[in-house]
Ligand binder design. Structure first.
Ligand code: CP3
Length: 348
């Protein structure tokens, strides 16, 4: 297979033959091939067996024709060597046995050595680089805030009340936790790059729950550390969040060659908030993959029209693929993005 340069070129804002497209959570339960493996192994078992993680990573690459692969892992894996216990309970999402609430809890966190404690992730990357022939591999970690929110809440949350209560009532505890996480996550991301990840994404999925003021005080310096550590390794860095329209300029300041745009902001407006010196990734609503084809087509075209063929657009959803998404619709979007973006180059 010829080397597919579209994705990496777009990250660097270089011209491309067609707009690159991949999907957050492109491996997962909406795919029958994934469900077959998942019937035999738990999520953590798949992550911890590099051959299985590699296989699951390759499934959407084969089935969809996407321009990038994302390593199959989870943002919460570093919670295990931190000593907090992690389970994925059926229907409940992640559960952390020992949530962090006090300064003593932060001080009890174990040091994490990525190669020694999360070596299975690096091994999956090494296997994949041998098998992916030409499709670039994206590594990833959670951003300190999003990981901290799970660690403080003990699992998923809607209101992030325990997290915010700590920020406002015990800021020294919150800062100590963020400091610790920024070191662990930087080290983990750098290890992935050294193992062969050709780009990395930092997922700050839930940061949109914060005001710009709180983002600047409590999040920006720590995200910046992780993003800068990755950037020093000379691979493109994608900085992703949702509900971030008011945070985009601050996220840009924190760092990233590419910034994620969800569907709540029109692509061109979001890009204008960031400026032309940043590449963007997004911004189809994941729910649109459940719509009739003509509606999907209209929305895909709208996003490409707003991008105006400018270098530095990576097509993606505004957030991860939802469960029960029809696979055929995902495939149709890949083909539409490629066809329409090539066509629009020819049409003045
Ligand atoms: O294909 C890919 O994108 C790579 C794999 C991937 C997973 N998790 C596997 C997974 C990635 C990139 C993640 C990141 C992740 N994990 C995020 C950030 C991205 C986002 O969606 O905002 C977050 C917040 C998590 C934490 C997490 N993991 C939650 C909240 C859940 C439960 C929710 C759910 O969908 O059940 C998980 C479980 C998880 N991680 C699944 C997968 C494929 C669910 C499927 C399963 O149980 O097999």
């Amino acid at each position: 297979m010829a080397v597919n340069e579209r994705f990496l070129r777009a990250c660097r804002r270089e011209p491309v033959d067609a707009t690159p497209v991949w999907f957050m959570r492109q491996a997962g339960r909406y795919m029958p091939e994934y469900r077959t493996i998942r019937a035999k192994y738990s999520l953590l078992e798949i992550c911890r067996q590099p051959e299985l993680a590699a296989e699951v990573t390759l499934q959407p690459v084969r089935a969809l024709g996407v321009d990038a692969a994302i390593l199959f892992a989870d943002i919460l894996l570093p919670v295990i060597p931190l000593g907090l216990g992690l389970e994925f309970a059926k229907g409940e999402g992640p559960v952390i046995d020992k949530p962090v609430r006090t300064l003593e809890d932060v001080q009890m966190l174990k040091p994490v050595y990525a190669e020694a404690n999360l070596g299975y992730v690096m091994e999956a990357i090494r296997i994949l680089r041998g098998e992916l022939s030409g499709i670039p591999l994206i590594g990833f970690c959670g951003a300190p805030f999003t990981v901290a929110s799970y660690i403080i809440e003990g699992g998923s949350s809607r209101e992030f009340l325990k997290t915010k209560a700590m920020m406002y009532s015990a800021p020294e505890v919150f800062h100590a936790l963020m400091e610790k996480l920024s070191v662990v996550l930087s080290d983990y991301l750098v290890a992935q790059i050294r193992a062969g990840a050709q780009a990395v994404q930092v997922f700050d999925s839930w940061v949109g729950t914060l005001s710009p003021r709180d983002y600047e005080m409590f999040v920006l310096p720590y995200s910046q550390k992780v993003l800068e550590a990755a950037r020093a390794e000379n691979v493109p860095v994608i900085h992703f969040g949702t509900n971030t329209t008011t945070l985009l300029p601050l996220m840009k300041r924190a760092g990233g060659d590419v910034i994620g745009l969800d569907w709540r902001v029109p692509l061109d407006d979001g890009w204008a908030l960031l400026g032309q010196d940043t590449a963007v990734q997004g911004n189809l609503d994941p729910a649109l993959l459940f719509a009739p084809l003509p509606e999907i087509k209209t929305r895909v075209h709208d996003i490409l029209r707003r991008a105006e063929g400018r270098p530095g657009h990576i097509f993606n959803l505004g957030h991860g693929i939802l469960q029960n998404t029809p696979v055929d619709n995902v495939k149709v979007v890949v083909d539409m993005v490629h066809e329409y973006s090539v066509q629009s180059e020819k049409v003045p």
